[in-house]
Ligand binder design. Structure first.
Ligand SMILES: [Fe+2]
Length: 300
């Protein structure tokens, strides 16, 4: 079921008259009532994150990192942004390693300050996630509302772009991902119904690690409205181009595998009709890629 932002006029966002009724459904007020958030939402402003790998145990450390601490540190930065983001997209491996209920319970509490501020969080599930445990914890999302059976997918329609949050989790397979025929058919149909605006596709897996990479690309390649595929999984920050589609590999937040060479952090993102700007904010402020800005223009 698409979440449509487009009927709300851009000016209403900018002047703060939008009442966020729809978002209230997605982001129920948490019990941690706080001061009202007076910042205005910028519908073109988003936060992208990946591979948070949050365990239920807040003390747990792996690969020299405490994912709970990393999550909280970046959350505090994001909540202080003067230009309030429209939402947060997390490209998978949301949970620690096995998608346990206690991981998602912890994530519900860690994301509560976002929901309190009406900043919804959308997750493209990864191979370390589990569909049913995710839905059991994040009750603002309903499995039966997902238009693809046994997958968690959603379309976010904004004035400049349509964001397709997809699900490459394949629970029978260790590591690799799979969209499946019904999700690919759904994607083709929904893209064909939205030819007029740039489409950004989000999922966890890099194309090479998708078992149905080739069939997925049969859907993407001829549909020129697809401008970018945005993903995680590798814990490497990199970008490339395939058939004039930007492939944007977000860095991880939980940990990395190259002794600090790869950044950990979050991307501060602005969308326009013509492209995307990503500014990386690393957890280690001395990392050479802190404040790295990537300005990408749509290529087709
Ligand atoms: Fe991961």
């Amino acid at each position: 079921m698409p979440i449509t932002f487009s009927p709300i006029k851009r000016r209403e966002f900018l002047t703060g008259t939008f009442t966020a009724g729809l978002l209230a459904v997605l982001s129920p007020k948490s019990i941690f009532s706080d001061e009202p958030d007076v910042r205005q939402t910028n519908i073109d402003h988003w936060v992208f994150l990946s591979d948070t790998h949050v365990p239920g145990d807040p003390q747990k450390v792996l690969h020299g990192q405490n994912p709970n601490e990393n999550f909280i540190a970046v959350r505090e930065e994001i909540l202080k942004l003067t230009d309030k983001p429209k939402g947060i997209v997390i490209t998978g491996d949301f949970a620690y390693l096995e998608g346990k209920p206690e991981d998602y319970a912890k994530l519900v509490s860690l994301t509560a300050p976002y929901t309190e501020k009406d900043i919804p969080v959308y997750v493209a599930l990864g191979n370390h996630d589990r569909l049913n445990h995710f839905f059991a914890a994040f009750t603002q999302f309903k499995k039966e509302n997902s238009p693809v059976h046994n997958k968690s997918v959603i379309i976010l329609e904004t004035p400049n772009c349509n964001l397709f949050i997809m699900d490459s989790l394949f629970e029978d397979e260790k590591g690799s991902g799979y969209f499946g025929r019904s999700q690919r058919d759904w994607l083709a149909k929904e893209l064909d119904a939205r030819k007029e605006k740039p489409a950004l596709l989000f999922a966890h897996h890099n194309p090479e690690d998708l078992a149905d990479n080739q069939h997925f690309w049969y859907v993407v390649k001829p549909r020129k409205q697809v401008k970018a595929y945005i993903y995680g999984h590798t814990h490497v920050y990199q970008q490339s181009i395939r058939d004039n589609v930007h492939l944007i590999n977000l860095p991880a937040l939980g940990w990395e595998f190259q002794q600090g060479k790869q950044p950990l952090g979050w991307s501060d993102v602005f969308l326009s009709e013509n492209g995307i700007q990503l500014t990386l904010n690393t957890t280690d402020k001395k990392h050479p890629q802190n404040n790295d800005v990537r300005q990408l223009t749509w290529l087709r």
